[in-house]
Design a protein around this ligand. Structure first.
Ligand code: GLN
Length: 449
């Protein structure tokens, strides 16, 4: 049924870079046989799942939506993917994304755009736009994305689905092509909070992954307490964030409506302050390009990926392979990173950005003394038109609500709140929480979905 839905909807949506029909049918057959033998099935048995194309899965290409990796075949399977398969999920294919996850619209994919299923003249968000669109269109039931500065929560918001960035370390990054290693975190998309909870259970089991040194044991059953009342808990609102430039009235009203809904259920709404949050975007666009520059140095046109032919020297081969293999945004990020890490400049930008990171972390610690979770928008506005944010700095600003959580490493979830009264497109709220309180986030999410 999922493959039929893909056939029917892909011409309009184009969420996938590769559909793995063979793998899917084989997995489904194995599930059927296990059922016939009376074996106990996994919690995701038969559930159709898409994976962002920066996640390795043997039997598929892993391109990161880049010419650089156009013909690259996965030689191993990422831990996050393997855990979904171990829980019984059926792999439907690899989802489109911004090249190497640089972007917020999926427009920087080297191969094709992905259309928002709600209005195909608009972007699905990004960088995990394919993963969000595949769930929103009903092609798959759940999918995985990665979130370095908002790339799960923002496309979830624009496509009207639930998207969770777990606490840094909760989910293994092994086998996920690195963008910013101190910021990247894998997480699920689903149409309902319960689906996301089920996927989270698979992702954290059976515990810490020895192949990712930053992975931690996260012995949580995300389904447990999901339906518990939130009465008596405290929800923080950051007044400064509800007034930022670029936030549309319909999104602000929807988030305020969610706050009232939580209050009606007995939660207490309190004001909290995040005094340094306005610097989060600036700090991120120093730290993330530096880490990206370092991570993407491996694409040298020798070891793997695109290789320019007929070069006279090794230097020329590396230089031309990178010049022709990477798209515009990938080059912009790496040039920025190279500049920011160069001697002299390092002390002016990189070091202060890390200090700002500490200040923002302390802001959140103080805020969580006063509240259990923080409620805010996930994206300042609903899905925009292709080409509408043509200035890269405008695109960067669209992550204003999500980035700070990557900087501190905490969990966040984007919850759909129906259609905006002005745009008629999906609007959402974001819930953020302290480190490793991700289950409580889903409990709150459940009470406003
Ligand atoms: N939009 C942000 C960026 O371009 C975040 C991307 C992401 O989370 N992968 O860096």
């Amino acid at each position: 049924a999922s493959l039929d839905a893909v056939d029917a909807r892909e011409p309009q949506v184009q969420a996938f870079l590769e559909v793995s029909a063979d793998l899917a049918l084989k997995a489904a057959e194995r599930t059927d046989q296990a059922r016939a033998r009376g074996e106990e099935l996994g919690p995701l048995a038969g559930v159709p799942c898409a994976f962002k194309d920066n996640m390795h899965l043997v039997g598929t290409h892993t391109t990161c939506a880049s010419r650089m990796l156009e013909n690259y075949e996965s030689t191993f399977t990422a831990t996050c993917v393997q855990r979904m398969l171990d829980a019984g999920a059926t792999p439907i294919g690899k989802a489109n994304m911004d090249e190497f996850a640089f972007g917020s619209s999926t427009e920087s994919s080297a191969f094709h755009r992905t259309n928002n299923p709600w209005d195909t003249t608009r972007v699905p968000g990004g960088s995990s736009g394919g993963s969000a669109a595949a769930v929103a269109s009903g092609e798959v039931t759940v999918s995985l994305g990665s979130d370095t500065g908002g790339s799960i929560r923002q496309p979830a918001s624009l496509c009207g689905v639930v998207g969770m960035k777990p606490t840094y370390g909760a989910v293994s990054r092994y086998g996920v092509v690195a963008f910013g290693s101190s910021l990247d975190q894998v997480g699920p998309f689903g149409r309902r909070v319960e689906d996301v909870a089920l996927a989270m259970n698979a992702l954290v089991s059976p515990g810490r992954d020895p192949f990712d040194s930053t992975s931690q044991d996260c012995p949580i059953d995300f389904l447990e307490h999901l339906e518990d009342p939130i009465a008596g808990k405290r929800v923080g609102i950051v007044p400064q964030l509800m007034e930022v430039q670029g936030l549309t009235d319909e999104v602000r009203d929807a988030v305020n409506g969610a706050a009232r809904a939580l209050e009606d259920q007995g939660a207490q709404v309190v004001e909290v302050d995040l005094p340094n949050i306005a610097s989060a975007i600036s700090a991120y666009y120093v730290i993330a390009p530096c880490e990206a520059f370092s991570n993407l140095a491996r694409f040298d046109g020798v070891r793997y990926g695109y290789q320019e032919q007929g070069c006279a020297t090794l230097a020329e081969q590396t230089s031309l392979s990178r010049a022709h293999g990477f798209g515009e945004e990938a080059k912009r990020r790496q040039m920025l990173g190279a500049y920011l890490l160069s001697s002299g400049v390092y002390d002016t930008y990189y070091y202060p950005a890390q200090q700002v990171r500490t200040l923002i972390t302390q802001d959140y610690e103080r805020a969580y003394e006063k509240c259990d979770v923080i409620l805010m928008p996930a994206a300042p506005r609903t899905a925009f038109k292709f080409g509408e944010l043509s200035d890269p700095t405008q695109m960067y600003a669209s992550d204003m609500f999500t980035i700070s959580n990557n900087i501190v490493g905490n969990g966040g979830v984007s919850v759909p709140l129906g259609l905006g009264r002005d745009s008629g497109l999906p609007v959402s709220a974001q819930l953020q929480g302290p480190a490793f309180r991700d289950r409580m986030l889903l409990q709150f999410a459940r009470s406003i979905e």
